[in-house]
Structure formats: C-alpha cells, structure tokens
Design a protein around this ligand. Structure first.
Ligand SMILES: C[S@@+](CC[C@H](N)C(=O)[O-])C[C@H]1O[C@@H](n2cnc3c(N)ncnc32)[C@H](O)[C@@H]1O
Length: 270
C-alpha cells in the first residue's frame, strides 16, 4: 500500500489532471480502476462474448454461496443482523398484513425475519443467484430451526430487471445492498420498470453505499462495487417521473450496522 501511495502521489504531481481523468475513466480513482484487475478482465472477456454483467455476477454469487471456507461465526452474525432490517421497515410502516417484496434477497438474511413476522403468503423475493436462496433456506433451518418454506413465501430466481415476473402489487419493495453491485444502466432499468408493479400508496426502499470522501455521483471500485450519492438516484427518478425522498438521516440516526449506507424511497408521482 505504501509503495502504491508513493507512486500515486508521484503520478498526481507529474501528470496533468486531464491524463489522470483519462486513466481513472468512470472509476473512483486510478487505483479503483486497477483494483481486482483480474476479475475485471474476466468480466470484460465475458462481455466481449456477448454476456451481460448480471449473468457474470450471478455466476459469481452462486460460486461464493458454495464456498465452504466462510467463517461460521461471521456467517451467523451476518444472518442475525437481518433483524435490524425488520425493525427499520416496521418504523417505516410495515405491518403483519403488508404485502412485501424483497428485490435481491441473497441468503435470506433479512427475509427470514420478514417471513417470520408477516402473515402467511405476504412475502415474495427474487434473486439472481439460485444457490444463495437454496443455501439460505438450508442454513436458516439448520441454525434457527425455522423452516421458511412452511410459510409459503414466493422465492423467485431470475436475471430480469423488468418485474414482468411479479404477479402481485406489493405495498413495500425492499432492495438492500443490491444497487451497490449494479452498473448504472441496470439500476435505471429496475427503476424504469417499477411503476408497473406499484400502486399509488406503494414504496420502494433502497440502500446504497456512499463515502464521505466521494466526489462524484457514481464511483466504481473493481469489478462489482459502486458508491452512489443521492443525486444519482434523484436524476433517474426525475427522468422516469417518480418521487424520491432521501431517508439517509433516518437510517443513520437509528444506528445502521453499515454506517456508510444511504437510504432512499421511491413512490409514484401524485
Ligand atoms: C450484497 S447481497 C444483499 C442481499 C440481501 N438484500 C441482504 O441484505 O442480505 C446482493 C444480492 O443482490 C442480488 N442481485 C444483484 N443484482 C440483482 C438483480 N439485477 N436481480 C436479482 N438479484 C440481484 C445478488 O445475487 C445478491 O444476492
């Protein structure tokens, strides 16, 4: 790191700002562009063969889910932390009778708290990684003695941002730590399609990662991590005629376990 910092500051003092901008491209920094270079090269090769970012990412998530090396204590703490999301949503108006959909539910970290709390049949979720959902169901049964499937949630595996696959119109859609791993174009796709599954009272809540040092609305690090500012989402909301609220202060006041997270709310314009 020391060597990198030395060369980075040397380059900054020698190269004109224009050259640095060129080398950084749409990344947070030149370092951000080079970070995890091997993964990015694999992604670029995949895209050159006509594959999508989402196909590549879903395959990666499937691979991680099968990784036996994950520390069990960390895994348990990760799953325990889902209770926080239930409390957050309750403060935002979630009731037992609410129809809730989770976009990008992963290992069902928060979903198992939602499913336990909600009335039968009120929960649905989707994720691009079938392995994550499958191993989440298994882990929660083995660790918490809770058979999620007995409460009949609708768990959908797909790689499709169009919402055409969702038969219900949820009161709330929860999308936590998902936009953090999506290119701008895919985020816009999700937001543009939202109105078809939203009623006038429905809300779409999403979290995103941000950094105090962040200069741009969107900054990328390596192959699959992005940081955003609220302004990025408000630009897309305006473009698609949706109302947006910045609830980051609310989230941070209640002490989110990820202090860097921002929270936004999208609703249909009245
Ligand atoms: C960091 S995990 C967060 C999981 C969960 N929301 C939570 O809070 O524990 C991100 C998840 O989003 C899923 N994901 C990302 N982009 C997606 C997309 N376009 N469609 C469906 N799932 C997606 C990934 O497969 C991954 O399981």
């Amino acid at each position: 790191m020391f060597v990198w910092n030395f060369f980075a500051s040397l380059a900054r003092s020698v190269l004109p700002e224009r050259a640095i901008k060129y080398l950084r491209g749409d990344f947070k920094s030149v370092h951000g562009r080079l970070h995890n270079r091997w993964e990015r090269t694999r992604l670029q090769l995949h895209q050159l063969r006509g594959g999508s970012y989402l196909d590549w990412y879903a395959k990666r998530m499937d691979g991680f889910a099968a990784n036996p090396k994950i520390d069990q204590k960390t895994k348990k703490e990760y799953h325990d932390s889902g209770g926080e999301d239930l409390e957050t949503l309750k403060q935002l108006g979630l009731k037992k009778s609410t129809v809730l959909h989770e976009f990008g539910c992963g290992f069902l970290r928060s979903a198992h708290y939602f499913i336990d709390y909600l009335d039968l049949g009120k929960f649905s979720a989707n994720d691009a990684s079938g392995e994550r959902i499958r191993s989440g169901v298994e882990y929660i049964k083995a660790t918490y003695g809770f058979d999620i499937l007995a409460k009949n949630p609708e768990l959908i595996v797909n790689k499709d941002n169009s919402f055409d696959w969702l038969d219900r119109k949820p009161d709330i859609i929860w999308c936590h730590a998902v936009f953090t791993h999506m290119p701008e174009k895919d985020i816009e796709d999700v937001i543009a399609h939202l109105p078809k599954v939203m009623t006038s009272n429905a809300a779409f809540y999403f979290t995103y990662s941000q950094k105090p040092s962040q200069r741009h609305n969107v900054e990328r690090m390596g192959a699959q991590d992005w940081w955003h500012k609220h302004g990025f989402f408000s630009g897309i909301a305006d473009k698609h005629g949706l109302m947006i609220e910045d609830l980051t202060d609310f989230l941070q006041e209640r002490g989110c376990y990820r202090p860097e997270h921002g929270l936004g709310k999208l609703t249909l314009a009245r």
